[in-house]
Design a protein around this ligand. Structure first.
Ligand SMILES: [Zn+2]
Length: 467
């Protein structure tokens, strides 16, 4: 049986500052080595100061993943020499004097499958190395320390995954959860990275390092399973090793032998005191946490009668559920949900399109209310939505400019209905004996008005005309 375990590194991108200094957590907007200070590059004599907000956010992640949370947390130095690590050690966590990592054992359901979380650690991100030249021939390596010290949460799972598809489903759920918590923006480049360990029946465990995106994680695990199965089928031993994911060639390559924990010479970080997170603090944090995705979904179904599948899509994406929360009322909720899931999601299906989109909650509310009051048809609303996303103009202006308003003037509509009646004598006779067939005539009226006849009024008037 295939076994896959994950170590996911997630940056707390929504924080103001780095984990141990006041440099910006959002290093992406800076020129190379412009977001650094003596603390994050580890100059002699500098002292780290723990970012309390990072502790809070990481604890929220632990709570959301149903992890145990210790009363006291501690930080450790993990010593290794690598050019992206200016201090020559990384401040991280370790469960050696009891459980002192920010989160202990937990679990999360992926469909019917329970994925167990081993632990969650809060640690600092190293810097970035930039290679000049091609991947086969490195001429020079440059170090950018803007990222060094960025708050990072490491989520370690048990080897519970049985397929790359399960891995992908888990990652989708996890990134939705982190985004909903407001702790991270998983879409940012480098915000989510992962290592994976993969083994097949009878084989040794192989670790794959440096997988730069969730998309590649599925590919890397898939490649590794195929590679191991191929070795196994030819009776070649699968050795325990660390492999590197080459994201250009989409293959794994054997790299350095894996260090054991002993090699890192972990010891307590004496410059940061143990931090107490007692039950009172935990309760307060819980009360500050946003509503969970599953609870939102339940509310949408039970309170507004929104179909389960629609509620699922709506609640799991923070961008859409925030829009929904701001725009819906008790009476238009179903209509708003319908507009978002059937039309808006197709229009703004990428990050860029979302960012460029001019739509606001007011637009959505106006659209839903106008459909419900018969001011515009669903079809016209779709056209209006296109224009709103593009221009951000108000709905009433768009209705005027594009002539999208429903024909709801009684005398105008009556004229059209009488014309249809005279043109369709056979259908009129049929509708008189079998009222169900009246929809055919409604359809004809719609045709003549290009879908803009107020449907309720049309039906009323037609019924009256047919006596
Ligand atoms: Zn700094």
């Amino acid at each position: 049986m295939t076994k896959i375990g994950l170590e996911i590194h997630c940056q707390l991108t929504n924080l103001e500052s780095k984990l141990f200094c006041s440099c910006k957590a959002n290093y992406r907007e800076f020129g190379i080595n412009e977001n650094i200070c003596p603390i994050c590059v580890g100059l002699p004599g500098s002292l780290p100061r723990l970012n309390q907000e990072a502790v809070k956010k990481a604890t929220m992640i632990a709570i959301a993943l149903n992890c145990s949370t210790p009363e006291k947390i501690a930080f450790f130095r993990k010593n290794y020499f690598y050019p992206d690590l200016p201090k020559n050690f990384q401040i991280t966590q370790l469960n050696i004097y009891g459980d002192t990592s920010i989160g202990g054992a937990g679990s999360i359901m992926v469909g019917d499958k329970k994925i167990n979380i081993t632990r969650i650690q809060l640690e600092e991100d190293p810097g970035r190395l930039i290679y000049e030249g091609s991947s086969s021939k490195n001429l020079i390596t440059l170090a950018d320390y803007n990222r060094a010290g960025t708050p990072l949460v490491e989520i370690v799972t048990e080897p519970d995954f049985e397929s790359p598809k399960q891995v992908r489903d888990f990652l989708n759920i996890l990134s939705d959860l982190l985004e909903n918590l407001g702790v991270s923006d998983p879409g940012l480049e480098g915000a989510m990275r992962a290592d994976a360990n993969v083994s097949i029946e009878g084989g040794k465990k192989v670790e794959i390092k440096n997988i730069g995106s969730f998309h590649d994680l599925e590919k890397a695990t898939h490649f590794e399973i195929t590679r191991q199965e191929s070795l196994h089928s030819r009776d070649i031993e699968i050795i325990q090793e660390t492999r590197h994911w080459d994201d250009q060639r989409k293959i794994t390559i054997s790299s350095r032998s894996k260090e054991e924990d002993l090699d890192y010479r972990y010891f307590l970080e004496g410059d940061i005191p143990w931090v107490t997170i007692d039950s009172e603090i935990k309760e307060k944090l819980k009360s500050e946490m946003p509503e969970s995705i599953s609870s939102k979904k339940e509310r949408y179904v039970s309170k507004y009668n929104i179909p389960g599948q629609v509620a699922d899509v709506l609640s799991s994406d923070k961008f859409y559920s925030d829009l929904f929360e701001e725009s819906h009322t008790e009476s238009n909720a179903k209509e708003v949900a319908n507009i978002i899931t059937t039309d808006l999601m197709g229009l703004v299906d990428t990050r860029e399109k979302r960012e460029e989109s001019k739509i606001t909650a007011t637009h959505l509310k106006d659209l839903a209310d106008s459909i419900q009051s018969g001011k515009i048809s669903r079809n016209s609303a779709k056209n209006a939505l296109h224009e709103i996303v593009k221009t951000g103009k108000g709905l009433s202006q768009i209705i005027l400019e594009l002539d999208l308003g429903n024909v709801s003037d009684e005398s105008e509509l009556l004229g059209i209905i009488q014309k249809v009646i005279s043109e369709e004598p056979q259908a009129v006779e049929q509708a008189k004996s079998n009222p169900q067939t009246i929809n055919y005539l409604v359809g004809k009226v719609m045709q003549k008005t290009k879908g803009k006849a107020d449907p309720t009024l049309t039906l009323d008037l037609l019924k009256k005309q047919l006596g």
